[in-house]
Design a protein around this ligand. Structure first.
Ligand SMILES: [Zn+2]
Length: 444
């Protein structure tokens, strides 16, 4: 128990800042289509694990697209292993738009700035700092902890978690749960209220290609089979469609917790629950659940024609669709209906939706770890509107939770910084995260 009381040492608190900053300075921009090189960041992490006596394995499907996996043996051999994963790549950043250079890793006035400060070199650094402090203190966790630092999360994951799940499943033997990005950072819907949303699910991905066929011809002639008109009609119907409410177990649990917290008298288990009315009453806190009470489909790209006086025989559109757990069939049937007989649609890229139990011992421990270090905070489960590497690891039977704990100042709109301009994270928030992760990972 002495270790539990001790917590991370001051070196860990220094290292998390250094590691976040230095990882940001290693430009791992993922431009898509294979244009990224994570290897220098992977080597940075691997060297620091090795120096702490944790043996790293470097794995590549494609040269330069490096993943790092390591296992820390737990004290209880009968316990299932826990996966802690973080991606090493980041989305592009245009320096012209930023207050500081996005790859400077500058620490200014107690804040670390740069691309990846939020998504998600902060978490990569926190985990690294924690496990190194254990090595110094002679601490071993209860469960085996498998660390995975992945490539390619910001594109297809084919060189990252997808490759690891397909080709190196044995490295994850015994892992039943995982934690990673997008959750447990403080969210302040109004003064005096601090929520810590822990992700317990992700919507599925359904990227579609729509193709309208018609009769090609001269732009000055009557044409009742115009592919552009047909496509535009279908796209307009999809964009304007109001999807029916579909409450998953996680979202219903989130609504119940929020209603209770806000003193709203409503039975969130009722079949005829008026979700939109409840969201209205929740005010800014509704942002946690509003994106995940329905499937969604947004038109994002259009391609048709090459000359103003030529009607093309074909027109193409792309749709970013997202599906809730159990909502896949409804999604497909709705697309059949909205596209109509003249427009074909097909999946271009499809990923499963995820749902993790919120009444599990793991969720209870995650909640307790946050509330131990911020007793005034309220943990609320939520479902991510998009997806992460947890989808790939779910194929290995690993239940994923979004848990990258940070206690942030109320004035910082942290959610807006994901893939945003001036991405930054306060040093104090990193220290909070190190303390929470240290406690959770030791006792998980
Ligand atoms: Zn991310």
């Amino acid at each position: 128990m002495a270790e539990e009381v001790r917590g991370p040492d001051t070196t860990a608190l220094d290292e998390v800042v250094t590691f976040t900053s230095e990882l940001i300075r290693i430009d791992t921009t993922n431009h898509g289509d294979g244009d990224c090189r994570e290897r220098p960041a992977a080597e940075y992490v691997a060297e620091r694990l090795a120096a702490a006596g944790i043996e790293p394995t470097l794995l590549e499907r494609t040269p330069g697209r490096t993943n790092v996996v390591a296992r820390i043996p737990g004290t209880d051999p009968s316990a299932d292993a826990l996966l802690v994963h973080g991606h090493l790549d980041v989305v592009p950043a245009d320096p012209a738009e930023w207050t500081v250079h996005p790859f400077s890793g500058e620490v200014r006035d107690g804040v670390v700035w740069g691309r990846g400060a939020v998504d998600m070199k902060n978490m990569d650094a926190m985990v690294l700092a924690v496990v190194r402090s254990w090595a110094r203190q002679g601490v071993r966790p209860r469960r085996d902890i498998v660390l995975a630092y992945t490539a390619d999360e910001e594109a297809s994951a084919e060189d990252g978690s997808g490759f690891l799940a397909d080709r190196h499943a044995a490295l994850f033997d015994g892992c039943t749960e995982g934690i990673s990005e997008s959750g447990a950072f403080s969210f302040h819907p109004q003064p005096g209220t601090t929520l810590y949303p822990i992700a317990a699910g992700e919507r599925g991905t359904a990227w579609l290609k729509l193709t309208a066929h018609g009769r090609a011809g001269h732009g000055s002639k009557v044409n009742t089979a115009n592919a552009v008109t047909r496509l535009a009609s279908a796209v307009a119907r999809i964009g304007a469609h109001t999807w029916p409410v579909r409450l998953t177990t996680t979202v219903r649990a989130a609504l119940a917790e929020l209603a209770e917290l806000y003193g709203i008298d409503v039975d969130t288990r009722a079949g005829d629950l008026d979700v939109d009315l409840l969201l209205d009453k929740l005010g800014p806190a509704a942002a946690l659940v509003a994106p995940t009470v329905r499937n969604s489909a947004n038109p994002t790209m259009l391609k048709a024609g090459y000359k103003v006086n030529v009607i093309p025989g074909q027109a193409v559109a792309y749709i970013d669709g997202r599906t809730l757990p159990g909502g896949e069939e409804e999604f497909a049937a709705t697309m059949d209906e909205l596209t109509g007989p003249d427009v074909e649609w097909e999946y271009q890229h499809r990923e499963v939706s995820l749902e993790a139990p919120v009444d599990s011992p793991t969720f209870a421990k995650l909640r307790a770890a946050v509330e131990r270090f911020d007793p005034a905070g309220h943990v609320v489960p939520f479902t991510m509107s998009g997806g992460t590497d947890a989808k790939q690891f779910s194929r290995l039977g690993i239940t994923g939770y979004g848990f990258s704990p940070l206690k942030l100042p109320p004035e910082l709109d942290y959610g807006a910084l994901f893939h945003g301009v001036d991405e930054r994270v306060p040093v104090d928030a990193l220290h909070f995260g190190v303390r929470v992760l240290d406690h959770y990972l030791k006792t998980a």
